[in-house]
Design a binder for this molecule. Structure first.
Ligand code: NDP
Length: 460
C-alpha cells in the first residue's frame, strides 16, 4: 500500500459507493470517494427519495376524496407546488448531509469533482489538477436517463431529473414510456391535478411484470384519470405558441405543456477513462463484471446501476457489502438476485416478488397453481370508488412452494416486503395458509386464498 495514496478509491457517492467506502474505511483501510455532484446519488438526490415525497404529496388528493366519503369536508383544499418543492429540497439536503457526515465519521475522505481513470491505479479529478493513486478502485457511478436523441423536437422533452424541479406545475403533461418511472410520474402528476397522458409503444405497460398486474394497473390508473395510449410512439415534438404538440405515429396530435421521456436509464460510463484502465463494457454498454463485481481489470470492481444487473438501491447496497466481504474480509460473497422484491410507486402501487405466472410456467416442470383475487378495499366502501385490489399467488404445482406474489393496491409495497421473506424462505402454500389471518386487513387475503384458478396447473 505504501506505493499508493489510498487502499481504495471509490468513484461515485451514491448508495452503493457510500456503503462500500464506509465499510472499508471502518475496517481500517485508507479510503476516498469522489463525487461530482451531491453525496447520495440517484436514490437520494434525483430518484427514490424525492420521488416518494412526490408520490406522498400527490396521494393526498385521493385521500381527500376518500375522506369526503367519511363525512369530512375541505373548503378550499389546494396544493402549492413551490411550498412542496422547498420542503422536499430541504429534506433532500438534510439527507445528503447525513450521508456526507457518515462518510466523514467512518474516516472516508470526500473528494468533490469528476474522477476519470488515467490507468488502473490512477484517477484524475477533472479541472482541479488533482491526481490520486489507489491500490484498488471501485466504480459506482450509477446510471443516467436516456431519451431518443434522433427524434425531431426531443430537445423540448424533459426527463425525470428535471421533473423534480419544474418551476411550476404544468396544466398538461405527456409522459412517454411504460416502465417504473413513466407510471410513477404519471400517477404523481395526475394526483396533483395535472391532465396526464401516458404513451407507451408496447401492448401494455410494465413489460416483464405479470400479465395480470399489467392489465390490472393499466385499468386502475385510467380510473384515476390518466389517459393511457398504447402501441404508439412519437414521430416528432413541435413547439408552438401554446405548448408542445406531440405528433404520434398513429396520426394523433396531442398538445401539452410538458413532455417527459421516461424511456430508460443507461450506465454512467461516458468519459470515465475505462479503456485506459483496461475496464471493458458488455454488449449493452454496462461495465462487465464477474459474480463478485470484479471488472476485466484485476484491481477494479464495479457495483450498482453502472453494471446494469438489477437497478435497485437495496441491490447496489448488497453488492457493496458483498464486494467488501470478498475483497477485504477474505469471505468471497456474491449477491443472490433471486426473489428480490420490488415496488412500483404508481397510484395504486404495485408490489412484486418472485416469478410472474408466465416465468413460472417456463421454469416449473409440473406446472403451476395460480390463486387470484380482486376486491374492493374496505377503505373505499363509502366512496363509490370502482377501484379494485389485485392479489395473485403463483405456486409451483410439484413442490407447492409459493414462487411469485403480485399485489396491486394500497400498501402493496409494505406488504410485499413481508411476503418476500416467505418466498425467499421457500415456504409452501400450506405453510402460508397455516398462518392465521389478521382481520380486517387486505393482507389477510394472502393467507386465505382457497380457489385455484381453473386450468392453472399445466406447464407452459
Ligand atoms: P424501464 O426500463 O423500466 O422502462 C423504460 C421504458 O421506456 C419501457 O417501457 C420501454 O419500452 C420504453 N422505451 C425504451 N426505449 C424507447 C424508445 N426508443 N421509444 C419509446 N419508448 C421506449 O426504465 P425507467 O426509466 O422507467 O427506470 C429505469 C430503472 O430504474 C428501472 O428499470 C428500475 O430498475 C429503476 N427504478 C426503480 C424504481 C423502483 O424501484 N420503484 C423506480 C424508478 C426506477 P419497452 O418495455 O418496450 O422496452
Amino acid at each position: 500500500m505504501a506505493d499508493y495514496d489510498y487502499d481504495l478509491f471509490v468513484i461515485g457517492a451514491g448508495s452503493g459507493g457510500v456503503r462500500a467506502a464506509r465499510l472499508t474505511a471502518l475496517g481500517g483501510k485508507k479510503v476516498a470517494v469522489a463525487e461530482e455532484y451531491r453525496v447520495g446519488g440517484t436514490c437520494v438526490i434525483r430518484g427514490c427519495v424525492p420521488k416518494k415525497f412526490m408520490v406522498m404529496a400527490s396521494e393526498v388528493s385521493h385521500a381527500l376524496e376518500i375522506a369526503e366519503g367519511y363525512g369530512w369536508s375541505f373548503d378550499n383544499a389546494k396544493f402549492d407546488w413551490p411550498t412542496f418543492l422547498e420542503a422536499k429540497d430541504v429534506e433532500i439536503a438534510r439527507l445528503s448531509g447525513i450521508y456526507a457526515a457518515n462518510l466523514g465519521k467512518a474516516g472516508v475522505e470526500l473528494v468533490h469533482g469528476r474522477a476519470v481513470l488515467k490507468d488502473a491505479h490512477t484517477v484524475e479529478i477533472i479541472g482541479k489538477n488533482q491526481t490520486f493513486t489507489a491500490e484498488k478502485i471501485l466504480i459506482a457511478t450509477g446510471g443516467r436517463p436516456w431519451k431518443p436523441e434522433s427524434l425531431p423536437g426531443i430537445e423540448h422533452a424533459i426527463t425525470s431529473e428535471e421533473a423534480f424541479h419544474l418551476p411550476q406545475l404544468p396544466k398538461r403533461i405527456l409522459i412517454a414510456g411504460g416502465g417504473y418511472i413513466a407510471v410513477e410520474f404519471a400517477g404523481i402528476f395526475a394526483g396533483l391535478g395535472v391532465e396526464t397522458t401516458l404513451i407507451y409503444r408496447g401492448p401494455n405497460i410494465l413489460r416483464g411484470f405479470d400479465d395480470d398486474v399489467r392489465a390490472h394497473l393499466a385499468g386502475e390508473i385510467e380510473k384515476r384519470g390518466i389517459k393511457v395510449v398504447l402501441g404508439c410512439q412519437h414521430e416528432k415534438i413541435e413547439k408552438t405558441a401554446t405548448g408542445l404538440v406531440n405528433h404520434l405515429e398513429n396520426g394523433m396530435k396531442l398538445e401539452t405543456d410538458v413532455v417527459m421521456f421516461a424511456t430508460g436509464r443507461i450506465p454512467h460510463v461516458k468519459d470515465l477513462g475505462l479503456e485506459a484502465a483496461g475496464v471493458e463494457l458488455n454488449d449493452e454498454g454496462a461495465i462487465k463484471v464477474d459474480p463478485y463485481s470484479k471488472t476485466t481489470a484485476d484491481n477494479i470492481w464495479a457495483i450498482g446501476d453502472v453494471t446494469d444487473r438489477m437497478n435497485l438501491t437495496p441491490v447496489a447496497i448488497r453488492e457493496a457489502v458483498a464486494f467488501h466481504q470478498t475483497v477485504y474480509r477474505d469471505n468471497p460473497q456474491h449477491f443472490d438476485y433471486e426473489a428480490v422484491a420490488t415496488a412500483v410507486f404508481s397510484q395504486p402501487p404495485v408490489g412484486v416478488v418472485g416469478l410472474s405466472e408466465s416465468e413460472a410456467r417456463r421454469s416449473c416442470s409440473a406446472g403451476v397453481d395460480v390463486y387470484v383475487t380482486r376486491f374492493r378495499p374496505m377503505k373505499y366502501a363509502f366512496t363509490g370508488s370502482e377501484e379494485r385490489v389485485l392479489m395473485k399467488l403463483v405456486v409451483d404445482a410439484q413442490s407447492q412452494r409459493v414462487v411469485g406474489v403480485h399485489i396491486v393496491g394500497p400498501d402493496s409495497p409494505e406488504m410485499i416486503q413481508l411476503a418476500a421473506i416467505a418466498v425467499k424462505a421457500g415456504l409452501t402454500k400450506a405453510q402460508w395458509d397455516a398462518t392465521c389471518a389478521v382481520h380486517p386487513t387486505m393482507a389477510e387475503e394472502l393467507v386465505t386464498l382457497k380457489e385455484k384458478q381453473s386450468g392453472a396447473t399445466s406447464a407452459g
